[in-house]
Design a binder for this molecule. Structure first.
Ligand code: 5AD
Ligand code: SF4
Length: 437
């Protein structure tokens, strides 16, 4: 009988994709996927280290796994992903997990699983300069069969002073363009209608083979050329690197969705400087102006950090005013969390008190809620094309799907089915959903 593996995934979409790669590697080691923790022979968490609270959740999950192991001796408990990289010793010594594997070492899982014994936990946290898992076909764990995520690069070469990712995921490397196009063709043939190309900084994607050099714009062009009814999305863009060429390529292809996630982090040039983002407020606003000049209907979303080291009230006001000026459709907003090992942690003081960080964060959230509502309201009366994803979560009698600009739409089913395109008219909205007919 086949052994069963259960994996919980935390953190970013990249991790969701990595879990799919892991299931593919585990299949070669004789494991099949289960969604029931109780019937598993191997339970793992694919973890995130981006903020302290992400890590705190995992310690709790490890306790739950240990309870399970008490009831089922021989059960293997594993921690993989960013926390495995960062906290290997603590995981093995204090928390007694059987398996610790970093983001670049998933290929060694079969070997490590073989070697595990009652008193011999196994670890591999080797960070690679070239691993991209290019040849591994992920076992898709999404259930809708419509939208697939494809990793196009791994790691990150930026040194944003607050960020732990370069330490947990290593240096940036791009994946063979041909293998990306092959994977996109393959999911299209399996009936998928949307692919999202994933990387920490997609704009610095670069693949050289023989005389051919493929930039991110070139890759977009290739993937968009697979089929007119295959939508293409991507994340994440970096304001310092997003090129006119990428913007014009998006505009040229109807099937490249008009949405850019462009993390700003702060609206203060002084903060951006010490965050080492390598752009300033003016540069960011110019990129937004260019995007809107070429694609007036392009959706824009962002990430914002409140209360980074030395942030003054004036810096905070600058963030609010930038958000007011740009008018993002949506934003992910965070209080700064000091991460061991980062440049900020080593060289700066985390000097904005927690309650002040949260006060600023709440101001940011309130402003964004107002802006989101404005942006969604502006869609009322428009006709938009949506790719139907399935029944709406709130009202199973309705269908839902995204517009090109990434806004979620709900509308009456009227005999339509998931995986097809339909045009709807926006009649009403909330700050996160367009209600359509
Ligand atoms: N504290 C708070 N937010 C962070 N992010 C990254 N590092 C930190 C940190 N130390 C946020 C950034 C990034 C998003 C993925 O997480 O906004 O864009
Ligand atoms: Fe993803 Fe960053 Fe979290 Fe790692 S630390 S899982 S790269 S969000």
């Amino acid at each position: 009988m086949k052994k069963k593996a259960y994996i919980e995934t935390y953190g970013c979409q990249m991790n969701v994709n990595d879990t799919e790669v892991i299931f593919s590697i585990l299949a070669d080691a004789g494991y099949e996927r289960t969604e029931k923790m109780e019937e598993a022979d191997l339970v793992m968490a694919n973890t995130c280290s981006i903020r302290d609270n992400a890590e705190q959740r995992i310690w709790g999950r490890i306790e739950v796994f240990h309870q399970l192991r008490k009831a089922k001796p021989g059960l293997i408990v594993g921690i993989v992903g960013c926390m495995a990289e960062r906290l290997k010793d603590k995981l093995l010594d204090t928390h007694k997990v059987d398996l610790v594997v970093g983001p670049d070492a998933y290929r060694s899982l079969p070997r490590l699983l073989d070697a595990i014994g009652p008193d011999s936990p196994q670890i591999d946290v080797f960070l690679s300069r070239d691993e991209t898992y290019a040849d591994i076909t992920p076992v898709r764990t999404d259930r809708n069969g419509i939208s697939a995520f494809i990793s196009i690069m791994r790691g990150c070469n930026n040194v944003c002073s607050y960020c732990v990712v370069p330490y947990t995921r290593g240096a940036e490397r791009s994946r063979d363009a041909a293998s990306i196009v092959r994977e996109a063709c393959d999911v299209y043939q399996k009936g998928y209608k949307e692919v999202t190309l994933l990387g920490q900084n997609v704009d610095s994607y670069l693949w050289k083979s023989g005389t051919e050099t493929v930039t991110f714009a070139g890759l977009l062009e290739k993937v968009a050329g697979i089929a007119p009814d295959l939508r293409v999305r991507f994340a994440t863009s970096h304001p310092k690197d997003i090129s006119d060429e990428v913007i014009y390529t998006m505009a040229r292809h109807k099937n490249i969705c008009k949405h850019i996630h462009l993390p700003v982090q702060s609206g203060s040039s002084r903060m951006l400087e010490i965050m080492r983002r390598k752009y300033d407020r003016e540069w960011y606003l110019e990129r937004v102006a260019k995007i809107r000049e070429v694609m007036p209907d392009c959706g824009l979303t962002t990430d914002v950090i409140a209360g980074f080291c030395t942030e003054t009230l004036q810096d905070h006001e600058d963030t609010l005013s930038l958000m007011e000026t740009v008018g993002f459709d949506w934003a992910f907003m965070f209080a700064y969390s000091d991460r061991p090992g980062t440049l900020a942690n080593r060289t700066m003081k985390d000097d904005v008190p927690a309650d002040e960080k949260n006060r600023r964060l709440n101001e940011i959230i309130q402003l964004q809620n107002r802006k989101s509502l404005e942006r969604y309201r502006a869609q009322i009366g428009r006709k938009v094309e949506v790719l139907i994803e399935g029944p709406s979560k709130r009202d199973p009698g309705m269908l839902c799907g995204r517009a090109s600009n990434n806004m979620m739409c709900v509308f009456p089913a009227q005999g339509r089915s998931a995986g097809t395109y339909t045009e709807v008219e926006v009649t009403d909205c909330t700050s996160a959903t367009l209600i359509c007919k």
